[in-house]
Structures are given as structure tokens and as C-alpha cells.
Design a protein around this ligand. Structure first.
Ligand code: HGY
Ligand code: MN
Ligand code: MN
Length: 401
């Protein structure tokens, strides 16, 4: 097993939950993984710094200090009980690519290890990449996790300085491109026996937090027709979300998390909270689906005499990957003897946020059965090596600009 895969296995040790991989933003596991990645960046000859959002940034400096910069990287935070390649592969592969460059290029090369792509701990996401792109909303610093700890407090405890968030932004016009290697998290490349693929666009996404408020009551004494059952109403709403999401081919809608209170078998639930995640390649399609979901949920709330409130916790517009960068990736993929397959991304990525700063492109790596956000997530070492070679080719090709 080569160094890249050994490093991805080593990162498995940095988890907040023994026996599985869960690495939440600004947690002890994130701190440990950041330190590990920092060491690998130094080994590759990079100078390393941390920004105000906890991003680890390694730089292979150009000869001229005022040279522009090409940005690489991905995220090292994970979902709960995650696979080891989502995000982590993009950071480790970028370090490997830099290590193979064998010296300075006419531009700086920065590798960024973002800490908050998944948005699991706080009801915000893409915090690190938004800060690097200069679009971070300081109001997000007030977001609190399940323990009531604010992002600002957690950053300070992590050793970062939230007051400097604006300083994390790269100077507009100095970043030439952002290139991200990431597992496909879908079945296309495997179905077509391709090791890598070039991303054309990243679907836009909206995440809502829905609260349904009825009346808790005795499960044995309240007649069915007199109940204000928050969970029964939420259940109908969740079916409606699925029906709207199933109505169009490229649209997806998911309820990933639900909590019902008070949570006793003999009590009619009075309060329910659940999440909705809607994605589509066109922003118009996504917005229309959200309107239809809201319309149907309001009707259900009325019928059940419950109160309905929805808050938006994440919104990212669909992003087109830069055609000229796609072309560079395609040339490098072909040079590796692989058919350059272009495909869209249903998953969100840091590249969505970085697109506000500079042209972006992504290279997907095949993953077994398309499984991701799951410990069964698997890639082939040979495919990861192909991705590293493609990335190194693109970087050295850019110097010919
Ligand atoms: O949700 C996503 O698409 C990404 O994995 N954060
Ligand atoms: Mn993910
Ligand atoms: Mn990811």
C-alpha cells in the first residue's frame, strides 16, 4: 500500500467517536487531523499556516513573492459514521501532487484543508471555503451546536481568532484557479469502468430546518379527532417532500434528521423538528420544488391544527466548473490513457464556495457501488494515483500559460 492510502488510513484514528469515523468541525478529532495534515504538508516542503476559520494552508512558494496562486484542497471534516475518502482524499492527493512537482512553479500552490464542508456540528456549512473566498457571513459565528456552543466560542477554543475571519479571504484576482479531487459518491464512473471523471457542474442545494408545534397529550385519553399531533403531521410532510423530490428526474429531496419531543411512547408528540435537503442542477428547479414543498406542508399543518415554521440553514447556488479548466483536466486525463468523461455532481463541495473567488474545477475518483457517507466507502489505490498524476500534469501544464 502506498503512502497516499496509508495516510488516509492513518486519518481514521482522528475520530470523535471510537470505532467509527466521525470528525466534526473544531472538535478534538479535527484538531488531531489538522495537525497530521500539517505535518504531511511540511514533509512535502510546504510552509504551513492556519486561517481564522481553522483551515490548514500549506504553500509551495513560487520564486516571486508577488506571484499569483493556484489553490488545491478539500475538506477533512466528515459526516457521522463516515467513509474515509470523502474530503480527505482531496487533501491528501493534493499534498501528493505538490510533492511530485519537484520544485517551485511560476505561481504559488496552496493546499487547503477545510474543516467545515459537511455542516454537521453547526447549522452552517462551507465556513472555511467561504472565508477563503471572501463570502463568509460573520452572522454565522453566532450559530450554535447541539450543546449550545457558538461557532465563535468553538473557534477560539480551537486556537483560531474569529475576529479575523475577514482576513482569511484570498485577494480577488490573485487566485488563478481552485482544483478539487473528490470521490464521485455516485455510480457513474464505476458503471463505465473509468477511474476518474471531470465535473461539469455542481448541483445547487438548500437545507431547511422545519419545526412543527402541536400539543403534547395523553396517548390513551385524547380522541384521534381532537389531537394536535406534531409527529403525525410531520410524517405526512415527509411523504410530501419525497413526492415532490420524485417528480423530476434531476431533482432530489431528503429528510435526513428528525427529533420528536417529549419522546415517550404514551405521549402524543407536541414538538417535532426535521431537516429538508433539496438539490437540483438548475436553481429555478430547486426554488420551484421548495415552493411546492412549503405549499404542501402548510396545507398539512392546517389540517392537523399545528404550527409550522421553517428556517434555512444552508443555501448554495448551482456552480458551473470553468470550461477551460475542464479542458485542462480532460487533456491530462487523456494523457493518462483514460477517456475523459464529463459528469455533474449531485453532492455539494467546497468548490461551490470557492467559485466566488476564482474559476473552479473538480476531478472525481471512482468509488465502489457509488457508496459514500458510509463506512463502506471504498476506492482503488490505482485510481487515486491516477488522480494525483492528473493533478500534477494540470499544475505543470498551467505554468505554460
Ligand atoms: O451534502 C453534501 O453534498 C456534501 O457531502 N456536504
Ligand atoms: Mn460529504
Ligand atoms: Mn465531500
Amino acid at each position: 500500500m502506498g503512502r497516499l492510502m496509508r495516510r488516509l488510513d492513518a486519518l481514521m484514528q482522528d475520530s470523535d467517536v471510537p470505532g467509527e469515523l466521525t470528525r466534526l468541525y473544531l472538535s478534538p478529532a479535527h484538531a488531531a487531523a489538522a495537525a497530521r495534515v500539517e505535518g504531511w504538508m511540511r514533509e512535502a516542503g510546504m510552509k504551513v499556516r492556519r486561517d481564522a476559520l481553522g483551515t490548514v494552508i500549506g504553500r509551495l512558494a513560487a520564486v516571486r513573492a508577488d506571484a499569483p496562486v493556484v489553490l488545491l484542497g478539500s475538506h477533512i471534516d466528515t459526516v457521522r459514521n463516515a467513509g474515509r475518502y470523502d474530503g480527505n482524499l482531496g487533501v491528501v492527493a493534493a499534498i501528493e501532487a505538490v510533492d511530485r512537482l519537484g520544485g517551485a512553479l511560476p505561481f504559488h500552490v496552496d493546499v487547503l484543508a477545510f474543516g467545515d464542508e459537511e455542516g454537521v456540528r453547526f447549522p452552517v456549512t462551507l465556513s472555511g471555503s467561504r472565508a477563503a473566498a471572501g463570502t463568509f457571513d460573520p452572522a454565522a459565528l453566532d450559530a450554535v451546536d447541539d450543546d449550545g456552543i457558538s461557532l465563535s466560542t468553538a473557534l477560539a477554543a480551537f486556537g483560531a481568532d474569529p475576529a479575523q475571519a475577514a482576513c482569511a479571504a484570498y485577494e480577488r484576482g490573485r487566485a488563478l484557479a481552485f482544483l478539487e479531487v473528490h470521490i464521485e459518491q455516485g455510480p457513474v464512473l464505476e458503471a463505465e469502468r473509468l477511474p476518474v471523471g471531470i465535473v461539469t457542474a455542481i448541483n445547487g442545494a438548500t437545507r431547511l430546518l422545519v419545526s412543527v408545534s402541536g400539543q403534547a397529550g395523553h396517548a390513551g385519553t385524547v380522541p384521534m379527532g381532537l389531537r394536535r399531533d406534531a409527529l403525525a403531521a410531520a410524517a405526512e410532510m415527509i411523504v410530501a417532500v419525497r413526492e415532490v423530490g420524485s417528480a423530476q428526474e434531476e431533482l432530489v429531496a431528503t429528510v435526513g434528521r428528525i427529533a420528536a419531543r417529549p419522546g415517550a411512547a404514551n405521549v402524543i408528540p407536541g414538538e417535532v423538528e426535521f431537516t429538508i435537503d433539496v438539490r437540483a442542477p438548475q436553481d429555478g428547479m430547486r426554488h420551484a420544488a421548495l415552493s411546492e414543498i412549503r405549499r404542501r406542508m402548510s396545507g398539512i399543518a392546517e389540517r392537523h391544527h399545528v404550527a409550522l415554521t421553517t428556517g434555512r440553514s444552508h443555501e448554495a447556488a448551482a456552480v458551473q466548473c470553468a470550461p477551460w479548466l475542464q479542458e485542462r483536466l480532460a487533456e491530462a486525463v487523456a494523457a493518462e490513457g483514460v477517456v475523459p468523461r464529463r459528469l455533474a455532481s449531485g453532492a455539494g463541495h467546497d468548490a461551490m464556495a470557492m467559485a466566488a473567488l476564482c474559476p473552479v474545477a473538480m476531478l472525481f475518483v471512482r468509488c465502489r457501488d457509488g457508496v459514500s457517507h458510509n463506512p463502506a466507502e471504498t476506492i482503488l489505490e490505482a485510481d487515486a494515483d491516477t488522480a494525483v498524476r492528473v493533478l500534477a500534469r494540470v499544475l505543470t501544464g498551467l505554468q505554460a500559460e
